[in-house]
Design a protein around this ligand. Structure first.
Ligand code: IPM
Ligand code: MN
Length: 339
């Protein structure tokens, strides 16, 4: 049996609680992890002023994977300037480890707006408006200018699009939808559309579609089951996946994998939800998203049968119309028992 070296970043608020349940389920699936915990997040920043020391980043490169809970100060707190942890920790990890695909699967749960949906969003994870291009001119004056450009490289778009085609090709429906705003973003959108058109002949088995991002919002609410694989840029992907989480049953079920598909370093797995300080320590956090994220990690580590079993256990538990008063650890136990 292989032991996988996994770095744990529990983070803030409910982060450590949901990571604990994910580890419980991974152990129940019979996969052996050699874990090392890293104290990173708002708490550490407030204590020491450190966000992600270079030495820690270098150490993280040596792991097989990173499992992250949630990062962020309480909503409304002014102790941590906006962007400090987002740019300094989460985006720094995504960029430095070249985690260029943010994979976010959505499976409708009973009672959701879209109970029958089953699709995956492939969000480009290193470019777009997130890249950090731009700045201020004449800051603080009446003529202040702020720009924040969207960076789209052929290399970055193409590797993401190729990943999405390969993913679609391996799924039963074999359907890929590019979501963008080509009618207005005529430079970036053109590059994305041309890239999809040029890669498509390598995958004649995949049916292609295109939706403008505003229309995609309507479709997600009215008929999310139409989607199989969606590929989109970083910011559209950020927004669409919150909407997708809401229509599929709630952000408490939304998992994500920040993947380095070329395997030049570890990939990072995290629930889409935040630190939810308001319910931290109350046992009311839903660990389902963290557990499903751990299943994505197992799949990436080559533990495909354990990954399948964990995903099925999460989805089976959720479909069993569980008692909504179950505590965080009771949900972890119930999912582990299904393995
Ligand atoms: C997400 C989050 C992050 C993002 C933030 C916290 C930087 O919203 O993972 O979707 O915008 O990517
Ligand atoms: Mn987001």
């Amino acid at each position: 049996m292989t032991t996988h070296k996994v770095a744990l970043i529990g983070g803030d608020g409910i982060g450590p609680e949901v990571v604990a349940e994910a580890l419980k389920v991974v152990a129940a699936a019979g996969v052996d992890l050699d874990t090392t915990s890293y104290d990173l997040g708002a708490d550490r920043y407030l204590r020491t002023g450190e966000v992600l020391p270079d030495t820690v980043l270098e150490e993280l490169r040596g792991f097989d994977a990173i499992l992250l809970g949630a990062i962020g100060p309480p909503v409304g707190s002014t102790d941590v300037p906006p962007g400090t942890l987002e740019r300094g920790l989460l985006l720094r990890l995504r960029f430095a480890l070249d985690l260029y695909v943010n994979l976010r699967p959505f499976t409708g749960v009973p009672g959701a707006l879209a109970p029958d949906c089953d699709f995956v969003v492939v969000r480009e994870n290193t470019e777009g408006t997130y890249a950090g291009e731009g700045g201020f001119l004449r800051k603080g004056t009446a003529h202040e200018v702020a720009t924040q450009g969207s960076v789209n490289t052929r290399h970055g778009v193409e590797r993401c699009v190729r990943f999405a085609f390969r993913l679609a090709s391996g799924r039963p429906r074999r359907q890929l939808t590019l979501v963008h705003k080509t009618n207005v973003l005529t430079f970036a959108g053109d590059l994305w559309q041309r890239t999809v058109d040029e890669v498509a002949p390598e995958h004649p088995e995949v049916a292609r579609d295109y939706n403008h991002v505003d229309a995609a919002c309507i479709y997600l609410v009215e008929q999310a089951s139409r989607y199989d694989v969606v590929v989109t840029d970083n910011l559209f992907g950020d927004i669409l996946t919150d909407l997708a989480g809401a229509v599929a049953g709630g952000i408490g079920y939304a998992a994500s994998a920040n993947l380095n598909p070329d395997r030049t370093g570890p990939s990072m797995f995290e629930p889409v939800h935040g630190a939810a300080h308001d319910i931290a320590g109350t046992g009311r956090a839903n660990p389902a998203a963290a557990i499903r994220s751990a299943a994505l990690m197992l799949d990436h580590l080559g533990e495909t049968s354990a990954a399948d079993r964990v995903t099925k256990a999460v989805l089976g538990f959720v479909a069993s119309a569980p008692d909504h008063s179950l505590s965080t650890s009771a949900i972890g136990d119930a999912i582990a028992e299904r393995l």
